[in-house]
Design a protein around this ligand. Structure first.
Ligand code: TDX
Length: 342
């Protein structure tokens, strides 16, 4: 299949592109705007593969998308391009609506006009909002609570409307918190692992008792490929890792992997509107034939090892433009934070 992956130089996108090319035998065009978290090092190993092509561009560029679909005879599209970080969406919400809603709409419309056969929107379990008890099923009401999750909800509703209105064959996956190699170090696990390697404090929001369901990036990509191939048009599929943990417990586990002391943890001012818990019911995608294979213990250990062994990947990121964001987000918080003992 000729597949266009958007955001393929990002975290999930790069793992997905590699999987589709090397395991699936597909021809893949990767279009990525290379914004702050897009990184060509993530796909460097594919550079000389004849089934792979990188194009620097934005999903908001209608002409570019139109010509890419036509010139490469694209049959399937997977939209991984997105602004993804909740904390950044609190600082600067506008860009989230531009990329995650308007950009998705442009890509979708060009796909429909060109008669693309399958369109998969990579979404998130955050669209359900905070789930204090039980697990969300695909029929549950959407109740996003941050500018990020509201933008992702808007994007996927637009995608789903194309099935209802045009019978354009779309699918949506709602993945849980994804972790693994190559994740930009603004996210919880890579931020905490890289800070711990450098003996820097780990800024844990609030009481640290929020719960997330952790999904290894390799399992997430297998699910996306599976839905692209076998998913029912017009359908939504939850994708969870089955590894629900409190943030504090994850912080302690990753410190143990690194043999670093718990005293590195700092309880800091909470994220505004912080969702307490996410949990998705995965019965539907299980019935379609996918289940996760990587235990959290194994996945976390290998992720920690990857960051230990790839300091040349993350150190330039943390000492570059990221530094300014980190200062803005954490400096005052860390000054006012407290350790476990205090
Ligand atoms: O410094 C931090 N301290 C902290 O306590 C950061 C960055 C996070 N946290 C907490 C907040 C969350 O409860 O850790 C948890 C995970 O935080 P993030 O990595 O920011 O992820 P989350 O907000 O849960 O959203 C993620 O999962 C769904 C991704 O960022 C989204 O892109 C995805 O859609």
């Amino acid at each position: 299949m000729n597949i266009l992956v958007t955001g393929g130089a990002g975290f999930i996108g790069s793992h997905l592109v590699r999987r589709l090319v090397t395991r699936g035998g597909h021809s893949v065009v990767n279009v990525d705007a290379l914004k702050y978290s897009g990184n060509l090092l993530n796909v460097k190993d594919l550079e000389h593969d004849s089934r792979y092509r990188f194009v620097h561009g934005d999903i908001c560029d209608r002409q570019l998308i139109e010509s890419l679909i036509r010139d490469h005879k694209i049959e399937g599209i997977i939209n991984c391009a997105a602004e993804t970080h909740v904390d950044r969406s609190i600082l600067d919400p506008g860009v989230f609506a531009s990329t995650d809603v308007v950009g998705t709409g442009i890509l979708l419309e060009e796909a429909r006009r060109a008669g693309v056969k399958r369109f998969l929107q990579v979404s998130t379990d955050e669209v359900y909002g905070s789930v204090e008890e039980g697990s969300s099923t695909e029929e549950d009401r959407l109740a996003p609570r941050s500018p990020y999750s509201a933008s992702k909800a808007g994007g996927e509703l637009l995608v789903l409307s194309y099935w209802t209105t045009y019978r354009f064959p779309v699918m949506v996956t709602r993945g849980s918190n994804t972790y693994g190699p190559n994740q930009y170090p603004e996210k919880f696990i890579p931020l905490f692992v890289t800070n711990a390697i450098e003996d820097q404090p780990l800024p844990l929001y609030g009481d640290g008792r929020q719960r997330r369901d952790w999904l290894a990036v390799q399992d997430h990509c297998a699910a996306i490929e599976h839905v692209l191939m076998y998913g029912e048009a017009g359908s939504v599929y939850n994708v969870g890792g089955g590894n629900e943990r409190e943030n504090l417990v994850v912080a302690e586990e990753l410190l143990a992997c690194l043999s670093k002391p718990k005293s590195l943890i700092r309880f800091v001012q909470d994220r505004p509107g912080h969702d307490r818990r996410y949990s998705v019911d995965c019965g539907k995608i299980n019935r379609l034939g996918w289940k996760p294979e990587i235990s959290f213990e194994r996945g976390l250990r290998s992720t920690v090892e990857w960051y230990q062994q790839h300091q040349p990947w993350w150190q330039p990121i943390k000492s570059g433009a990221f530094k300014q964001y980190y200062e803005e987000q954490y400096r005052r918080r860390l000054k006012e934070g407290r350790t476990c003992a205090s």
